[in-house]
Ligand binder design. Structure first.
Ligand code: IPM
Ligand code: MN
Length: 361
């Protein structure tokens, strides 16, 4: 029997409760597809800080290294405690640490407006009723997030702070290839976001992406300035299939894409290394305000599990089955509080997991 090692990092806030539902769903899949998932739980974020005094302990990294994939929940604490030792820098330390350690350079963030959720969409009705289904491919281990030098200098009114935006031809090429490859499996269009009218890094970005595009004559390629893209997303999101972007622009554009889809609780993501290794996490945060109440939407976590099946375990069909079950749940009118609308049936976190398990059987 095929066995897979999964590092399970529930993290903080709603992380543990939505993770339980994802595992419930994966357990059905392992029986149905006759594979074995070996889960290894580890602490990350604030919960790790309590135990080890660090957000990303060595023991957690070790478990991840011994695994085929990481299933990640969320990290972060209550807004009021942002500046305490436990929570300060928790997201950067945990996430950027894992991304760098495992070379997770390709971040895939799908954003889809489910027809059943059209009423939760923040866009005008004549725009939302057309629906949309796009995928942001964000470069995740380079750009201004990691460029050197970075720092602060001088004092008083003379003080300055600086970051460096840098991209190599190699880095741009490999992320562009990811975008064109996935576009081939979708609607065959790549819109590459840049700021080539101002930034030198982005001139190289556009040049290299254009070269890669030539290797994919079957895929439509279009460059777009980031400011225009931000606007186009609200006016005509249907035009996008795959959106390719660097680290910072991808961060911003992917949040915007998620926001127009209605609820952050619906969207999964994958951060991939070369080969099959990847980290899978919901796009929403730790939602500390509703943690422990059992009302959080576990769909993003469950769909992150589905992405793991697809990208790390070559279990495309099993992943698809989970996606269909989620769609069925929505079509049948079942909703957690965050996406509930008049006429729907409100259910809690556990019930979502139970229902999906039921649909899968
Ligand atoms: C994200 C987050 C992170 C990022 C932060 C928390 C470091 O916003 O995953 O999009 O900026 O990449
Ligand atoms: Mn972000």
């Amino acid at each position: 029997m095929k066995e897979m090692e999964i590092a399970v990092l529930p993290g903080d806030g709603i992380g543990p409760e939505v993770m339980d539902e994802a595992i419930k769903v994966l357990d059905v899949i392992q029986k149905k597809y006759k594979v074995k998932f070996n889960y290894k739980k580890a602490l990350v974020g604030g919960s790790a800080y309590d135990e080890f005094g660090t957000h990303l302990p060595e023991s957690t990294l070790q478990i991840c290294k011994e695994s085929d994939a990481i299933l990640f929940g969320s990290v972060g604490g209550p807004v009021k405690e942002q500046n305490t030792k436990k929570w300060n820098g928790v997201e950067v330390n945990s996430l950027l640490g894992l991304r760098k350690e495992f070379n997770l350079y390709a971040n895939l963030r799908p954003s889809k407006l489910y027809p059943a959720l059209a009423d939760s969409c923040s866009l005008r009705k004549d725009i939302s009723e057309k629906g949309f289904d796009l995928l942001v491919v964000r470069e995740l281990t380079g750009g201004i997030y990691f460029g050197q030098p970075k720092g602060r200098k001088y004092e008083g009114d003379d003080e300055i702070a600086f970051d460096t935006m840098v991209y190599s031809r190699k880095e741009i090429k490999r992320i562009a290839k990811v975008a064109f490859e996935v576009a081939r499996k979708r609607r065959k269009k790549v819109t590459s976001i840049d700021k080539a009218n101002v930034l030198t890094t982005m001139i190289l970005w556009r040049q290299v992406v254009e070269e890669v595009a030539k290797e994919y004559p079957d895929v439509e390629y279009e460059p777009m300035y980031v400011d225009n893209a931000a606007m186009q997303l609200t006016k005509n999101p249907q035009q996008f299939d795959v959106i390719l972007a660097g680290n910072m622009f991808g961060d911003i554009i992917s949040d915007e894409s998620a926001a127009i889809a209605g609820s952050l609780g619906m969207l999964p993501s994958a951060s991939l290394a070369k080969g099959k290794f990847g980290m899978y996490e919901p796009s929403g945060g730790s939602a500390y305000d509703i943690a422990g109440l059992g009302i959080a939407n576990p769909i993003a976590q469950i769909l992150s599990g589905a992405m793991m099946l697809k990208y790390s375990f070559d279990m495309e069909e099993a992943g698809k089955e989970i996606e269909i079950a989620v769609e069925k749940l929505l079509n049948d009118g079942f909703r957690t509080k965050d996406i509930w609308q008049k006429g729907n049936i409100e259910i809690n976190t556990k019930e979502v997991g139970d229902k999906i398990v039921e649909y899968l059987r």
